[in-house]
Design a protein around this ligand. Sequence first.
Ligand code: B12
Length: 374
Amino acid sequence: MIGEILASCRELPKVSPVAAVVYADAITILLNHVNDQLEANPKIKGLIGRNPLEMMRNNHRNHATFMSTVFKLNSFELMARTVPWVYRAYHAKGFSYDYFLAELVAWQIAIHKNLHNDDQKSEILAAYKWLVQHHEGIIKLSQSGEGLSFSVLHETNEMQWIFLSLLLHGDTQGCLKLVDQSIQTAVDLKHFYLDVIWPAMYRIGQLWESNQISVAEEHLATAIVGRVMAALYPRFAVFEITKGKAIVSAGPNEFHEVGARMVADFMEMDGWDVTFLGTNTPASDLMDILKRRRPLVVALSVATVFNLDSARQIIQMIREDQETRGIKVMVGGFAFNEMSHLWQTIGADGYAADSEIALQVTREWWIAENSAHA
Ligand code: B12
């Protein structure tokens, strides 16, 4: 099924860069138009499962940013893999499947009325027509979960289940005791990050997505993980710096911190002089710090697919500025899980699926840098 859908979306005509920009520039107008149409629909309360209208508007905002990313990257595979997940997540919260059809029709009307150049309009509308035509197939995919990049689970181990259960009970002390007893060395710490925290957080994501835990419970789990990582950090932070400077960050509007923090901690343990900026760093501020610190590597974390385009823009800024163009850009994060080739599409120098592989990529850069200056 996913194979057929992917094959069919690859037939879609490419969206020209100018049409992608026109869509991005029109987002606010389109968004208002779509919201107005759906809010005027007499059946809207039933269609959105009596959820607050703000939840629907939020979906429209995410949709617009996401489609803008699809058009700018010209990646219809990204669209075909992500839209079933959107159906799945919102349907679990009570949105009916008919709502998506109504929404897609509203986008078509809004585009029709607000974009003026016929060629650009038809390039953009082709993607929406495809979505409407594949509505039933998308529902089936969302129900089966086939091909969705959002069901990554690692092999289970006992520690993972204990930790997950403590997280779900909101037991901060229990989590801290568990790590205190089981983590003695840097190797233990790495295993704990990769084999326990990482899969546990993915499981938390699945439980949230299928409405089995609330947003508050997900926030609680993330907050506990943050405390656990902070508690472990002083034990392993004093490492000799044997490599160059690195900056680890998530870009603008990217609020997922745990993965980026893992990469920062791993690199620090590997001898890098790491500056960890956390999340949601504005592009211009990132550029400033890159110019001041002149790192060899900048590591950018992208979890949400609609932030791929801002990562692309930052990479472009880094390349276009004489002072920063030599900096190696490594990317990673959940957004690349099933479509790792996207790192090339957005212009990065390297990609790693996890914080351990990130060390291999950056070690090679460090060796190359040293041999160039030897
Ligand atoms: C916690 C969480 C949040 C928290 C984050 C708080 C915080 N302080 O971090 C909050 C509440 C803010 C949040 C918000 C949202 N979230 Co959220 N969130 C999660 C959750 C449950 C866990 C994230 C996490 O900690 N993962 C654990 C880390 C270790 O995994 P990781 O980031 O993938 O990192 C590993 C690798 O990817 C890699 N890596 C990561 N970064 C980098 C960088 C480099 C350079 C390299 C080399 C490697 C690398 O290394 C790590 C392993 O070593 C995930 C579920 C999931 N599957 O991840 C959803 C998830 C990421 N969120 C999701 C969504 C949709 C959202 C929202 C849009 C929800 C909404 N409707 O508002 C917003 C978006 C906010 C934004 N603009 O960023 C979706 C993303 C779908 C997608 N790909 O687009 C997910 C997958 C949930 C789901 N199953 O549907 N979220």
